[in-house]
Design a protein around this ligand. Structure first.
Ligand code: SF4
Length: 397
């Protein structure tokens, strides 16, 4: 199937790219890089790439002035080469999230369903298009009825493949209408699945073969402009990387660092969020309820979600505010164990595994709730401070 060149320029991650730009595919990366930087537009290309990395490091959700021209194709190809050269999963996650969000916005602004259909066909989806849209059900919320209609159905195998990383309940096959093996899907949900496809295309795994990688980086770095870009990104990363490390600190208003007081089940979710990984629905609920129970400020909770691939600030703020109003209680240990979210064994956490209250193992109480974990740790920390303050000050003796 031939799709318009403009569409490939707009969305260079489309597989048709290799048909339209077959001359690039036949070149080695270093020749490709040398050629594009020897053109007049080399300076603008460098600027676009650096803007994108800056925005990803700043944790922005979009970039201004995104253009869907031929240079956009070069940006995408260079992005792949740069991420491979940097070989850093945290940077890759950040950039892949931002890039996929930009594409989500671009796809959402598409005026024509035909473009969306062509894009889906190009990425190999078994998809059907209906004009006018087909009615497939009624959604009843309280006493309000909403007719459900859609212009698209996707074969259930393709649907499962695309949605496999997005483990929200409502995306599960059982919660979606199916006819003759095809899932009815509304445009915004279809676009969200395509966003995930785009994100996955950039998620290059860290290389096992460091020697080949080094040789590759040496080769491409012979192009001065490319080396400048890589050096600039590494320099910015060095200045900012502490913000991205897993052992990040969370400051409550009291400036108290309490991340050491969190149980493994909580730290694991925070770790995933910080590295830009998707959370499943229950993990999202749990972390919001847990932090709210400790009176963590709403806007800071929303900020924690901001690097997630599907982040929507307005929606997240509404949901966190709603949860705060409802005063939901975070899941207890038993529930977290049944959800496979208890990490006590993996973290070899003594308090979680051995309980508390006595040195005598048979008299120890079992930990029942993650909030209990934090309270016990807080109590122990305050006692340790108390005894420390009672120690004689040797210098004054
Ligand atoms: S025992 Fe409870 S607090 Fe500890 S990791 Fe498991 S669920 Fe979390």
């Amino acid at each position: 199937m031939n799709i318009p060149t403009e569409l490939v320029n707009h969305y260079p991650w489309l597989p048709s790219l290799k048909n339209y730009y077959s001359e690039i595919a036949s070149k080695s990366p270093s020749i490709f890089i040398t050629e594009i930087f020897s053109q007049d537009l080399g300076g603008e290309l460098k600027e676009r790439i650096l803007n994108l990395f800056e925005a990803a490091f700043e944790n922005l959700e979009e970039i201004s002035g995104y253009r869907s021209d031929k240079l956009n194709v070069y940006v995408y190809l260079l992005l792949n080469i740069i991420l491979h050269s940097l070989d850093n999963q945290l940077i890759t996650n950040r950039v892949a999230n931002l890039y996929s969000k930009i594409n989500y916005n671009e796809l959402s602004n598409e005026k024509s369903d035909v473009n969306l259909y062509n894009i889906c066909k190009d990425i190999g989806l078994d998809i059907r298009y209906y004009d006018p849209p087909i009615k497939y059900g009624i959604n009843i919320v309280k006493d309000q009825q909403q007719k459900l209609e859609s212009s698209f159905t996707v074969h259930y195998i393709d649907y499962i493949k695309l949605a496999s990383n997005l483990r929200d309940e409502y995306r599960k096959l059982v919660h979606n209408s199916l006819s003759e093996g095809y899932v009815f899907i509304q445009n915004h949900r279809l676009i969200r699945l395509i966003q995930e496809y785009v994100r996955n295309k950039l998620l290059i795994k860290e290389s096992d073969d460091k020697d080949s990688l080094k040789a590759f980086v040496n080769e491409v770095s012979k192009v001065e402009d490319f080396k400048e870009i890589i050096d600039k990104i590494i320099e910015t990363w060095a200045e900012r990387k502490e913000e991205f490390q897993f052992d990040f600190k969370i400051d409550f208003e009291s400036e108290e660092d309490i991340v050491n007081l969190f149980p493994p089940c909580v730290n694991e979710i925070l770790k995933k969020m910080k590295s830009g990984q998707n959370l499943i629905h229950n993990e999202r609920l749990f972390i919001v309820w847990f932090l709210l129970a400790l009176e963590y400020p709403v806007e800071k909770i929303v900020d924690l979600f901001s690097i997630m691939p599907d982040f929507d600030r307005e929606k997240t703020t509404y949901q966190v505010n709603f949860a705060q109003k409802k005063k939901y209680i975070p899941y207890k240990c038993l529930t977290l164990k049944s959800l496979n979210s208890c990490l006590a064994v993996d973290y070899k956490d003594k308090l979680c595994l051995e309980g508390y209250g006595s040195v005598e193992p048979s008299e120890r109480k079992k930990l029942g709730h993650p909030l209990g974990y934090t309270r016990i740790k807080q109590y122990r920390a305050s006692k340790a401070d108390f005894y420390k303050s009672k120690e004689p000050n040797k210098e004054n003796e």
